[in-house]
Design a protein around this ligand. Structure first.
Ligand SMILES: [Zn+2]
Length: 146
């Protein structure tokens, strides 16, 4: 029996080729943290607080097809709650702070830190995913939606 493998999946011949020309890892991540297009660094990633531009206005990088999903909030929580835990331990070394005082200080601090970190972390995640070419499939053009 002949072994026909012509229909089987074959790996990419050059796995380093990405859809968009990307700079090195430190440059791409730095641009993402500064909320600029990771590919060119020229245009902003976001068009609102967290709404991602469909594509870069300068280099046409498909920013809107990067599936960052829940990773930015998870990473933001991981970072900010570690920072808050250290601050809380240092501020209340003797265990004298009441729960109401701690809540009055740290709940707003957590909220502010989350809101400050979320955009840069999302930019970094988009940079990483764009660098490894992890993109959603292109949506076929909708006829009649001119
Ligand atoms: Zn760009």
């Amino acid at each position: 029996m002949p072994n026909d493998l012509s229909h089987n999946w074959t790996p990419k011949r050059n796995p380093t080729t990405t859809e968009v020309a990307m700079p090195s890892w430190p440059i791409a991540i730095g641009r993402g943290l500064r909320m600029r297009c990771p590919a060119c660094g020229q245009s902003p990633i976001f068009q609102g607080y967290l709404k991602v531009n469909p594509e870069c206005a300068i280099c046409a990088a498909p920013l809107g097809r990067v599936p960052s999903d829940d990773a930015p909030p998870y990473i933001t929580l991981l970072l900010s709650l570690h920072v808050i835990a250290i601050i809380l331990v240092l501020a209340d070394r003797h265990g004298q702070m009441s729960a109401v005082t701690a809540a009055a200080i740290f709940v707003p601090l957590i909220i502010i830190l989350e809101l400050l970190l979320l955009r840069p972390v999302k930019g970094m995640v988009i940079a990483v995913l764009l660098k490894v070419d992890m993109l959603r499939k292109k949506q076929p053009a909708q006829p009649g939606n001119g």
